[in-house]
Design a protein around this ligand. Structure first.
Ligand SMILES: Cc1cc2nc3c(=O)[nH]c(=O)nc-3n(C[C@H](O)[C@H](O)[C@H](O)COP(=O)(O)OP(=O)(O)OC[C@H]3O[C@@H](n4cnc5c(N)ncnc54)[C@H](O)[C@@H]3O)c2cc1C
Length: 446
């Protein structure tokens, strides 16, 4: 820990935060609280005008939560920060400028004195698996979550309308590749939704529904430890979700996937959550990167050799004092804690104060596994079933920014306790066509 002298300034610093996710938004929020100098200019650039609370995305996909309620509008959460909705296209650390592309109009350059890089990660689909990029979807944003919900409901409708056994099998099989949090939670929540919905489809039977999680490693949710992960697998298997470990995807065809075990699984739905890498814009930061393309930072979250440049979250490899300097894993809870340390250090650099080193001893890791079920470890003790599910929900509710969002989410959860899940399929949302085009489509060919 170092004490820096207070620097007298005639003008405040221009602080530019790139990314409005866990790392970026919480850095801006913490800076708003910490910076005393009113002259500092705080700007955040993000390609969406909201922060997506990803841990609740599987519930939004499964219709347990209204999708709008798992996002936090950046302009309501940030009071002193100028929010710019645009895509970052180039970072020039020599000129100290960032080029951004607004939804309309030409690119513009924004200058900075202090830069916070928090552009997160991206889904990486390897070209080596034929058909993968053409046919699989990711599970990382709201559009993908809504698409998957509609897809499952649409396939229930299509299967209900046909008596062809092979067609029904293919329509009712959903393959999730990747046994981390995103893959397991998405499979478990969507499976729970499909099972709930089955009661409205008298022609379909539970045994026809097939959800498969494919994982290359020896177990799913390895973050929980191998012994405990085995227990999770048995729980999911008991609910009818197949877990195929030590298995990889060899090919994605239009009507099936081929696995490394030679098994051919008939399906038209493949969800890819297996490969995640740092934002491609980390390439614009001339600094050391790790194997995942993450910017290697100091324990104080500075980028070595680039004064005034900071990085955190999924695009940074931040040494964690709590794990003897191991890089922190890419999780929301780590990004959130890093944001606090980074904001403290940036404010201390500008206004004087103590620089801190990042240290986050996690209290636990828990995952939800569908309705009233969860699993994980808290303070080293295994927790599962309703208790784990309840702890996860309570934790997320406490972390969710703004009171308005907390209230909306509680209302959704309360309604879900008393009423059946909403199974309206809103596939046409966001795809409104101009009137003439819609009339032409309705009239049909000729
Ligand atoms: C489905 C799912 C479930 C998860 N569940 C959990 C969980 O239960 N617990 C947990 O701890 N972690 C969970 N995670 C991981 C967690 O979401 C990430 O670790 C966390 O979001 C990382 O924060 P970040 O700020 O680095 O990235 P993000 O939160 O992804 O933020 C990146 C931001 O940058 C913006 N952006 C990206 N590129 C550009 C660009 N070129 N121009 C402008 N803006 C851009 C994005 O819109 C976004 O606002 C989950 C992730 C997923 C996908």
């Amino acid at each position: 820990m170092t004490r820096r002298p207070r620097r007298g300034r005639l003008h405040g610093a221009r602080i530019l935060v790139l990314g409005g996710g866990f790392g970026g938004m919480y850095t801006a929020l913490n800076l708003e609280r910490r910076l005393r100098g009113p002259l500092h200019e705080l700007t955040l650039v993000s390609n969406e005008n909201y922060m997506l609370y990803t841990p609740l995305l599987p519930e939004a996909a499964a219709g347990a939560l209204e999708p709008r309620h798992v996002v936090v509008p950046l302009r309501t959460a940030l009071k002193r920060t100028q929010v710019i909705v645009a895509t970052v296209v180039r970072v020039d650390v020599r000129a100290r400028t960032v080029a951004v592309r607004p939804p309309e109009g030409p690119d513009r350059a924004i200058g900075y004195d202090q830069l916070v890089f928090a552009l997160g990660s991206a889904t990486r689909m390897p070209d080596t698996v034929p058909g993968l990029t053409e046919r699989a979807v990711g599970f990382k944003n709201l559009a993908e979550a809504i698409y998957l919900r509609n897809r499952v409901l649409q396939h229930l409708e299509l299967a209900d309308a046909t008596s062809d056994h092979d067609a029904r099998r293919k329509l009712l099989t959903f393959v999730f590749v990747g046994g981390g949090y995103a893959g397991v939670e998405a499979a478990a929540e969507l499976h729970a939704m499909a099972e709930d919905a089955l009661r409205y489809y008298p022609n379909l039977v539970r045994a026809e529904l097939r959800f498969v999680v494919v994982e290359a490693g020896p177990s799913v949710l390895r973050e929980l430890g191998d012994a405990f992960a085995g227990r999770v697998e048995r729980r999911l298997a008991a609910r009818g979700i197949e877990i195929l470990t030590a298995t990889t995807l060899r090919e994605v065809r239009a009507d099936a996937v081929v696995l490394s075990s030679d098994e051919v699984v008939p399906t038209e739905t493949v969800v890819w959550t297996a490969g995640v890498c740092a934002s491609s814009l980390t390439a614009h930061i001339p600094a050391q990167k790790d194997a995942l393309g993450r910017i290697v930072t100091t324990p104080g979250l500075q980028v070595p050799g680039l004064p005034g440049v900071w990085a955190l979250g999924d695009s940074a490899a931040v040494p964690d004092d709590a794990t003897r300097g191991q890089p922190a894993p890419a999780t929301a809870q780590h990004a959130l804690r890093q944001a606090r340390t980074l904001a403290n250090n940036l404010a201390a650099t500008l206004e004087g104060g103590t620089l801190l080193r990042f240290s986050h001893g996690t209290l636990g890791m828990l995952a939800t596994l569908g309705t009233h079920d969860g699993a994980g470890r808290l303070l080293g003790v295994p927790v599962h079933g309703f208790l784990a599910w309840w702890i996860v929900r309570t934790y997320h509710l406490l972390q969710l920014p703004t009171v308005a969002r907390k209230v909306r989410v509680v209302l959704d959860w309360t309604i879900a306790l008393f009423f059946p899940r909403d199974i309206a399929q809103l596939g046409s949302l966001g795809r409104v066509r101009p009137r003439a085009e819609a009339d032409q489509a309705a009239a049909g060919p000729g």
